[in-house]
Design a protein around this ligand. Structure first.
Ligand code: BV8
Length: 245
């Protein structure tokens, strides 16, 4: 069976990505042996309680990751760029939902993009909600430029126990897409790991592109395995052939 047996160019496509798509750009994943959670405990750096208990430690954790994005070696790879191209040629439309907080999808050309876990380059005021974008460090004594409150700035990132962003838009897209593609995610974190079931309940064809089988492998009708910079461009080429009939 090939993609054309299940997918038509009129179908909308929803893509979910995780840290694996940015690995070959030089960013760590979370649960690989050399991943972020091998060096930091979620409870210490990625929950509201951690931030309340030790804001310096949490801000420091994100300051280091944000500063890394200034490295010219960290740039969109062939997988990010292929997804940017897909959005331009696919007739039915593409929505890219990423769990990643790096900016590589936007720099890779994707525009119809939702950062459901927030964005590393954005800082939010807990007092007034004002958002600022930039690569500089956030310090605990900083003053909000919009409301003058001090010590209220935090990363615009969704921590564990917080509600992901734009869930209504995501759920609406999952309810009408014809193709759901999961790329570079281990399927550990909810609600993202449950999107495949929501899409399939509404009749979508579901494909997993990953280095290895994810926890949710049995939920997909098809899986293709290998480095994202190889399997994602190949998959997009297949969709291009389908679109060009
Ligand atoms: C929510 C931002 C309610 C921060 C992240 C108790 C209390 C409260 C909630 C819970 C609870 N117990 C469980 C939960 C739910 C919880 C959860 O799922 N916990 C897990 C650990 C069990 N979820 C939440 O708390 C979420 N909120 O539930 O609110 C709600 C929900 C819906 C509606 C209303 C209310 C909030 C979760 C968001 C947390 N924030 N990130 C930061 O980045 O610092 S999550 C974090 O994990 C990142 O976003 C990351 O993207 C995400 C998922 O990880 P992956 O991307 O999959 O990365 P991973 O390393 O795991 O896997 C990488 C994959 O790539 C691997 O499969 C690997 O093989 C592959 N790979 C590697 N190299 C390559 C490759 N693939 C291709 N090519 C390669 N070269």
């Amino acid at each position: 069976m090939s993609l054309s047996d299940h997918v038509s160019p009129a179908h909308t496509i929803v893509i979910l990505t995780g840290a694996g798509i940015s690995k070959e750009s030089g960013l760590q994943t979370f649960r690989d042996p050399d991943g972020i959670w091998a060096k930091h405990r979620i409870e210490d750096v990625a929950t509201p309680k951690a931030f309340a208990r030790d804001p310096e430690a949490v801000l420091g954790f994100y300051n280091i990751r944000r500063a890394q994005m200034g490295d010219p070696e960290i740039r969109p790879n062939a997988a990010h760029k292929a997804l940017g191209m897909l959005e331009r040629f696919w007739p039915g439309g593409v929505l890219l939902v990423t769990q990643n907080i790096d900016d590589l999808h936007a720099r890779g050309g994707s525009r119809n993009l939702i950062h459901m876990h927030g964005e590393l380059m954005k800082t939010r005021c807990n007092e007034c909600g004002h958002l600022v974008e930039g690569i500089g460090d956030i310090e605990t004594d900083m003053v909000c430029a919009a409301c003058d409150a001090a010590g209220t700035l935090r990363p615009h990132v969704v921590w564990f126990g917080e509600i992901p962003l734009e869930m209504k838009a995501i759920e609406a897209a999952l309810g009408r897409c014809g193709l759901f593609v999961s790329i570079g995610t281990s399927g550990n974190v909810y609600p993202a790991a449950g999107f495949v079931q929501q899409a399939r309940r509404h009749g979508a064809y579901a494909v997993e592109l990953n280095l290895e089988e994810s926890l949710g492998v049995s939920l997909f009708q098809e899986g293709r395995y290998g480095p994202a910079t190889e399997i994602v461009p190949a998959f997009v080429d297949e969709l291009r052939a389908l679109a060009e009939g």
